[in-house]
Design a protein around this ligand. Structure first.
Ligand code: ADP
Ligand code: MG
Length: 582
């Protein structure tokens, strides 16, 4: 049975920690099942004792004492094995969660950008739950039942090989029906898991974008969409259940026929005098146990199929490889000069059209470079590539003369700070949000950075100052406040290269001017790439790079570009009107 093989292999691959437990589980189960069979054998002897009219009461007491002793030992083993599997399951579950979180954190940004957050969370929680449940079942059901079947059948062969043979004829039939059922329900199984993930993904998305949902009064539609997905989930689950249970009806019927048949044959053998009454009871009990064990294994197999869908999703996540990673012999860096070069760089997101093509750009250490250009022209992408959020296949980004792939990622990224277009704020205090850049910094340093970023005043205005919780995704902050916190964060990091990606776009003109002062106060000390629209910002840059449709169309100083009267000049003409109006 291949699926079982791959199931075990898969689990072992993902969590090799359970290997140790399996050996122990088999020993405990063998002990348990071995003792469990004792009372059944004793009962045969008790019956035969009465049938043959013996009068040795001491023997009878021994028999009953033996049953009692077996039960007591069984209960004790059961207690310890339950305790162990409980402890074990919890440990296993947390190990899985830990692995999932670690994996998610290490995966490159491109991976995350292509997945829905809610669906990811559902994948992890459901997969972990199912995998843990499966391990629990493996220890508490699958291993014991298999051992039980082996013990029972051995005893049956020993007692009455004819009946054992009869049973042996039925088993393959039962297993075949089980396999058939599993195959038949597979498509529905797959689909209902998919729909469930989609529904949870939808739920997550509504929550992540709750403000927009509310602003556009889309609650009803969001709910309907969710309901449609749940409806499809139910339909597929039901279909799966219907098909499964109708096949299982046949399986159970088969089992019943088998049981009655063995009983009939056993009765015949008693009549013929080849079987004692006690043996009849024993043999019947044994065949019944064997049939039930087969049925249970079948049910487990079916459960396995269900769980496998969820588990596969989780394991494929855990086996996902980060595309951006350290290469062997990666260089440690503690400081960068800050020379940045784009060399014949062409880049596209996951096999789409090139977003940047044949970009060549040299930035000297401590230069201030302004990237300008229409929205969608590839400016943010350039920033992401400097930060090595993606690896480029064609061309390269060089820093201090070396391809950035040669540096140790952690070291390298520590030397760069980005204030991105979409500021991310954690549901922690204002102080913690600033300290995120450098948890080892002191509060005083954080405040100094906040002052430079012009964030100090508004933070002090909060009821609890720096200890105020700013809310998930910073919902309690205005766009400009978020940007200022993000700038403080970047300043606190004290890197060698700064990237400001439309960092002041949500600010009023006055705050912007203040912040520009801070930004330009680091100018001449650190390499600074500024993506901006405002003329006042751009004018101060050492180098202006004009982007259009993923290409650099012009670069030079303000005066050079102004005199050229090209793309930049045209842009300024348009913008001037805008700035005058402001
Ligand atoms: P800009 O910052 O100049 O406005 P971007 O660099 O953000 O431009 O985007 C350049 C192009 O790349 C756009 O066409 C955008 O649709 C596309 N793009 C940006 N991010 C992604 C992504 N994660 N996956 C696919 N395409 C993307
Ligand atoms: Mg952008």
């Amino acid at each position: 049975m291949n699926p079982e093989n791959s199931w075990l292999r898969k689990i072992l691959q993902v969590v090799p920690e359970i290997k140790a437990g399996i050996g122990k589980g088999i020993v405990i189960a063998a002990l348990y099942e071995g003792i469990k069979i004792i009372p059944i054998i004793i009962i045969k002897h008790i019956i035969d004792y009465f049938v043959t009219n013996q009068s040795n009461t001491v023997q009878l007491i021994y028999f009953i004492g033996g049953v009692l002793l077996a039960y007591v030992v069984l209960e004790i083993i059961d207690y310890f094995s339950e305790k162990a599997s409980f402890k074990w399951t919890i440990r296993y579950e947390t190990t899985l969660l830990r692995k999932a979180k670690k994996k998610l954190l290490e995966l490159h940004l491109g991976y995350h950008e292509s997945f829905n957050t809610g669906a990811q969370v559902s994948k992890i929680t459901k997969g972990t739950h199912k995998l843990t449940e499966l391990v629990y079942f493996t220890f508490e059901e699958f291993i014991p039942t298999t051992i039980q079947l082996v013990i029972t059948l051995s005893l049956l062969f020993y007692e009455q090989w004819v009946l054992a043979l009869l049973f042996a004829l039925f088993t393959p039939l039962i297993l075949l029906v089980t396999l058939h059922a599993s195959k038949k329900v597979q498509p529905y199984r797959k689909k209902y898991h998919q729909k469930y993930d989609e529904a949870v993904g939808e739920l997550g998305e509504s929550l992540l974008n709750i403000t927009t949902v509310k602003d556009y009064v889309q609650e009803q539609r969001q709910f309907r969409k969710f309901n449609v997905l749940l409806g499809e989930y139910i339909a597929n689950a039901q279909k799966r259940w219907e098909i499964g249970s109708s096949i299982f009806l046949w399986r159970n019927l088969l089992i019943s026929i088998g049981r009655v048949l063995t009983l009939a044959v056993a009765a015949y053998l008693v009549l013929k005098g080849t079987l004692s009454a006690g043996s009849l009871v024993l043999v019947y009990t044994l065949t019944e146990r064997a049939f039930l064990a087969t049925q249970r294994i079948g049910r487990l197999y079916n459960y396995l199929g269900d769980a496998m869908e969820s588990i596969n999703r989780l394991t494929s996540l855990l086996q996902e490889q980060a595309e951006v990673k350290n290469y062997p012999g990666a260089l440690s860096v503690s400081k960068l000069q800050g020379q940045v070069e784009f060399k014949d760089l062409t880049f596209s997101y996951s096999s789409g059209n090139p977003v940047l093509s044949a970009v060549n750009l040299g930035i000297k250490p401590r230069q201030i470079v302004a990237l300008v250009g229409r929205s969608g022209s590839g400016k943010t992408t350039m920033a992401k590539l400097v930060l090595r959020n993606y690896d480029v296949a064609q061309g390269a980004v060089l820093v201090d003369g070396k391809n950035i792939k040669q540096y140790k990622i952690e070291d390298y990224k520590k030397r760069i700070a980005v204030v991105s277009q979409n500021v991310e704020i954690f549901n922690r205090t204002a102080l913690e949000n600033i300290l995120f850049a450098n948890p080892l910094a002191t509060k005083r340093q954080a405040i100094a950075a906040a002052k430079k970023a012009h964030a100090h005043e508004f933070i002090l205005g909060f009821s609890q100052g720096y200890d105020t919780l700013v809310g998930e995704k910073g919902v309690r902050l205005s766009g400009g406040q978020k940007q200022r916190i993000s700038i403080a964060r970047a300043l606190l990091k004290n890197p060698d290269i700064y990237i400001f990606d439309e960092a002041t776009s949500s600010l009023d003109t006055e705050s912007e001017q203040y912040i520009q002062k801070s930004i330009f106060s680091i100018a001449g000390k650190k390499t600074t790439i500024i993506i901006a629209h405002r003329l006042s910002t751009i004018r101060k840059a050492d180098l202006i790079v004009v982007m259009d449709k993923g290409k650099i169309v012009e670069q030079g100083t303000y005066d050079e570009l102004w005199q050229k009267q090209g793309a930049f000049w045209k842009m300024i003409q348009l913008q001037k009107v805008v700035e005058l109006r402001e």
